[in-house]
Every structure is written in C-alpha cells, then in structure tokens.
Design a protein around this ligand. Structure first.
Ligand SMILES: Cc1cc2nc3c(=O)[nH]c(=O)nc-3n(C[C@H](O)[C@H](O)[C@H](O)COP(=O)(O)OP(=O)(O)OC[C@H]3O[C@@H](n4cnc5c(N)ncnc54)[C@H](O)[C@@H]3O)c2cc1C
Length: 542
C-alpha cells in the first residue's frame, strides 16, 4: 500500500484511554500497513493514576507509577508535545513549539480525543496560588517534598506557635476516591516520619479532610463509605462533612461560612473541570462539559472523531453515563480501536457495553474498601484484592516485579524522608492574601519583592504600641524592595486591606535582575529614597 493512501489516526492524550486505544490499534494493524497511528502527549510516559497516592509515602518508587509510552506502543509515532488547538473543519491538530518556535501541525483522517479532565481552581479565591492539585506525577512528588519540608520547618520553629500550627496542619479538599486516598496516605506518612523529628510532638499533627456532601466516597454504598470514614477517623483524620472549601491564602484554608483552618498545606482534588482544549471545541457537550458520544464512542455532530475516558460522556447500556474511571477508559480504548479499524477497512462497529466491575479505594495501613460485582469488602481482604488487581493491571512484568518488591520491603522498612530539591529557583510565584493578613512583618528578613496584581495593602511602621500608616498601595504598585536593596530586615509591616493577588520574585532572582539591568536598579533606588523620605516625615524622622 502506498504511503499516500495510508490513513492517519491521531490520538490526543496518553493516559488510560489514549494508550489502550493505541495498543489495540497496533494489535489490529498486525502485518498490515493500511493506517498509521500518531499519539500526542505532554509527557513521554503513561501515568498509572490509581497508584499515585502511594508516591506520597514512597511505598512505591517514583518511576514505578509510570511507563514509557514508546515501549508500550512501539509502532506508534509519539509526539511529546502539548496540544494547542484542533481544527475540526480542516482535520488538523496544532501542538506547542519544541526546541524551535515554529508551529507543528499534524493532519489526521481519524481523531481520538482522550485528554482527560483537569482540576481547575479558577474563580476560587486564592486556590490557584495556594492549593495543590493531585493529578500527575509532578503533583505527587511536589506534595511529598512539601510535607517533608513542613516537618523540617516545624521541627526547628520554636518562636512562633501560630506558624507551627500552620506547618503541622494538612488540609485535603474533596472526599471522592482520589481525595480519600490522598488523605489516607498523607496521614500515614506524616505520622510515621514525625517520629524522626525530635522537635515535633505527633499530637500536634492535624489532618483534615473537607467534603461538601454528607458522607465521603459517594461512589460507594453507604455502609462501605461509613466504614472508610470510621477507619480514617480512628487513624486521626478529622472529617468535615457538608463543608465546602471557599478560599485560601498561604496561611489558611477558608471554609464556606467563614471558618479558617490555619495551614501551609492545602491539597484539592476538586473541582474537576473539562479540559480547556475540549471546552474550546464547537462540539456538543453534556454534563460537566464532557463531549457527548454515542455507544460507538463517536462524537456527536463530528465525522471521524471518537472520544473516551474522562473527557467523554459515554452512555452506559444500563442507563446513565459511564463514570470517569480507569477501568472504563481502558475498555473504551478497545471499542474505539475496533471502530476505527471498521472505519478504515469496513465492517461492523462495536458498541461499548461494559458495566463496570466495581470500585476500590485504599485507606492506608493495609486496609481498603471495595465493591466488586455488587459485593462489599472492607479491611485487609479488600486491601489485598486492591493490591493484587492493580499489580496485575500495571503494564509489563518488569514493573510488576519492581512494585511487588517495593511493597514487600515497605512492610519491613521505615518510610523514606529524603526531600528531593529538584529546582534551583522558585521563579515568580503568585500569592493571594485576605484582609487583615500580613504579607510580612517589620523586622522579618527580606526574602522577596512583591507586585500587586489586584487588591490593596497598607504599609505601617510599629513604634512601641503605636502604629503609623506609611502608605496605601494598590494594583500595579510594588513593595518589599527596600530590604532587598539595602540587604536589611523589613523596615515596616505590609498588611492586606482588600483581597489581594500578588506576584513575587525571590531575592536571588531579584538581585540578578537588579545587577544586570542598571536602569531598573536606579529606578528602584530612586523610588526607595522617595519612600524613605516620605516615611521619615510621617514618623517624625524615626
Ligand atoms: C489520584 C487518582 C486516583 C485514582 N484512582 C482510581 C482508581 O482507584 N480506580 C479507577 O478506576 N480510577 C481512578 N482514577 C481515575 C482514573 O485515573 C481516570 O479515570 C483515568 O486516568 C482516565 O483516563 P483518561 O485517558 O481519560 O485520562 P488521563 O489518564 O488523565 O490521561 C490524559 C492524558 O492527556 C494528557 N494531556 C492532557 N492535556 C494535554 C495537552 N494539552 N497536550 C498533550 N497531552 C495532554 C495528559 O498528560 C494525560 O497523559 C484516579 C485518578 C486520580 C487522579
């Protein structure tokens, strides 16, 4: 068959849906050459998401939850790029630039959409800046490092009890499977490693799971969910039901109703939102912005496009729609592959009829809950089944062997508490502050400069019991430069007066910019001198 006549199938997304669609397409290809498969994914690996929470405690190795897509799909052409846009009319996909900034366009005959969904904090005050999502390997590694960092800091923080409380309180929002598994692993991990920190009393640790409904794990029967709830509470997790996380700052999680939980660690597995690329497509969407498909997984109103997994609303043959789970996504991959082969070669299309095998969730410490084929199982047996099933589902015998040995060693060895510092720089960070909250206090060390994106703050100098207002600052203004330029401690306190978003640049990066951009340094020094003169007048020269 000539190359021109060969059809091109382009799969977007290398998760459960995309990789399994690719796997079955490769299988169908056999010795034939009538189509080629291209897969675009952000990373060159597939993530086994159900095991990600175990990365927190390190009970499995970092790389054990991922598999290189090139090995899984040897006959597929892999593009490790971000999908930027899809042109349905012209049947092309544009991906992000690589080493060269030119657009990269891939033409397709058949398109498979398997981009999953995203945790989207937009519109929630302070969450984009301060809440950690938990979806991919980077999130899991970042959370693990952050937990160790929090304990390291708490162990030597003797002067500030409020800060100790924040460092030793961990809040997780979302009581679905991923939130519950993260809470269980996190709780086990911090309580176990706390024993290594002489300066931390385990009784100071607080792990709070916030959930908006009247019970956690709404996917399971009430009996099993209550069992899970009971286990978590006995292990020290505080469960706050019928409670919504409303906002966050770097120092607290703010619940609907105004209650504030002091914390430096906020993980949120909610809200789950449609993928922005899917959201931008002019194709019919259903509940939660998922693409509407028929039972053949063909996207309604489009020719030659299939959707599956978390980004698709697939009808279930028993009624309703398929839940967003790995077990559905991977089986949908097979149906999509069968139907693409039918489109290329002619033949009967397959319907998606899988009804689900059940649900399982790990609760840490050798216990789990499971509902398999209608039977409720809990405790050690559920945990053993959970581990065996997931072990067998991992791609490749080598990986299964590695994970099985990690799990065995984990039963005998203490949890690892190495904090992997992989980046030399924090770069620009975004922060959100609520009224009354201090950005920094007079006398603190100068560690960064702030630019106000929106909101307001006041600058005050404390003189004994007196407080003198030095300035009010708003959007577009900056502060914090004095201590950096003069290499001194903060000369005043900056306090938020109206909800405020800031960008901040750490000292090291600021110094590099200031020393290499003389004009910028001169401007900053001029403003600093003006401010110092004005401050001196207001405080009578103090
Ligand atoms: C912590 C956690 C625990 C879970 N536990 C379970 C469980 O126990 N059992 C269960 O059945 N399910 C579980 N799930 C859900 C399950 O993992 C998902 O339903 C499943 O992964 C959906 O598959 P998918 O292919 O639709 O999406 P995903 O697996 O999320 O794959 C989407 C892929 O698209 C890629 N992508 C996204 N945007 C772009 C872009 N712009 N350009 C290029 N590539 C892009 C991503 O990198 C990713 O590889 C869990 C999920 C999480 C997060």
């Amino acid at each position: 068959m000539s190359k021109q006549k060969r059809k091109r199938v382009v799969i977007l997304g290398g998760g459960f849906g995309g990789v399994y669609a690719g796997k079955y397409l490769e299988k169908a290809l056999g010795r034939r050459d009538d189509f080629e498969v291209v897969l675009v994914n952000k990373e060159n690996y597939f993530v086994f998401q159900p095991m990600l929470p175990e990365v927190i405690s390190g009970s499995i190795g970092l790389l054990d939850t991922v598999s290189p897509i090139r090995r899984l799909l040897p006959r597929t052409s892999l593009h490790v790029r971000d999908v930027e846009s899809i042109d349905v009319a012209n049947k092309t996909v544009t991906t992000s630039p690589g080493f060269r900034p030119h657009a990269h366009t891939i033409a397709y005959d058949y398109l498979v959409l398997a981009l999953g969904n995203v945790t989207d904090f937009r519109g929630l005050r302070g969450l984009p800046e301060h809440a950690m999502p938990f979806k991919n390997l980077a999130d899991a590694v970042q959370l693990r490092n952050h937990l160790i960092r929090a304990l390291e800091e708490a162990a030597i923080e003797e002067d500030d009890p409020a800060l100790r409380r924040q460092l030793l309180t961990f809040v997780i929002a979302g009581g679905g499977f991923s939130g519950v598994e993260v809470a269980a692993e996190l709780n086990d991990f911090v309580r176990e490693i706390a024993r290594n920190y002489k300066g931390v009393d385990p009784r100071e640790l607080r792990v709070v799971l916030v959930h908006s409904q009247n019970r956690i794990l709404p996917e399971l029967s009430e009996k099993l969910a209550l069992f899970a709830q009971d286990i978590l509470m006995r292990r020290g997790v505080e469960i706050r039901l019928n409670t919504r996380l409303e906002a966050a700052t770097g120092e607290e999680a703010i619940l609907a109703g105004g209650e504030k939980i002091p914390t430096r660690t906020l993980v949120s597995t909610v809200p789950s939102s449609p993928h922005p690329i899917i959201d931008g497509l002019d194709l019919p969407k259903g509940k939660n912005g998922r693409l509407i498909t028929n039972s053949y997984l063909e996207v309604a109103g489009a020719d030659g496009i299939w959707a599956l997994g978390d980004c698709a609303q697939v009808p279930q043959h028993t009624g309703g729609f398929c839940p967003p789970t790995a077990q559905h996504a991977l089986r949908q991959g097979r149906t999509v592959a069968d139907n693409i082969v039918a489109a290329v070669r002619g033949g009967k299309r397959s319907e998606f009829t899988f009804g689900g095998l059940g649900q399982m969730g790990a609760l840490g410490h050798h216990s789990a809950v499971a509902q398999i084929m209608g039977v409720n199982i809990s405790g050690f047996l559920a945990w053993w089944i959970w581990r065996t099933i997931y072990l067998m589902k991992l791609p490749g015998w080598g990986r299964r062997l590695k994970v099985a040995s990690s799990w065995t060693l984990d039963l005998l060895l203490p949890a690892e508490l190495v904090e992997l510092k992989l980046t030399g720089s924090m770069g620009i960070t975004q922060e959100h502050f609520e009224p009354g909250e201090e950005v920094f206090h007079q006398g603190d060390l100068g560690d960064r400069i702030y630019i106000i994106v929106n909101g307001q703050a006041e600058v005050v100098r404390e003189d004994g019991d007196l407080e003198v207002l030095l300035a009010r600052l708003g959007a577009g203004e900056y502060f914090g430069e004095m201590a950096l330029l003069k290499r001194s401690t903060r000369g005043a306190t900056v306090r938020c007066t109206a909800p405020m978003d800031t960008l901040s640049l750490p000292k090291r990066e600021f110094s590099m910019l200031a020393s290499n951009l003389p004009q910028m340094r001169e401007t900053l020094e001029r403003v600093m001198e003006q401010r110092a003169r004005s401050n001196a007048q207001k405080t009578g020269g103090a």
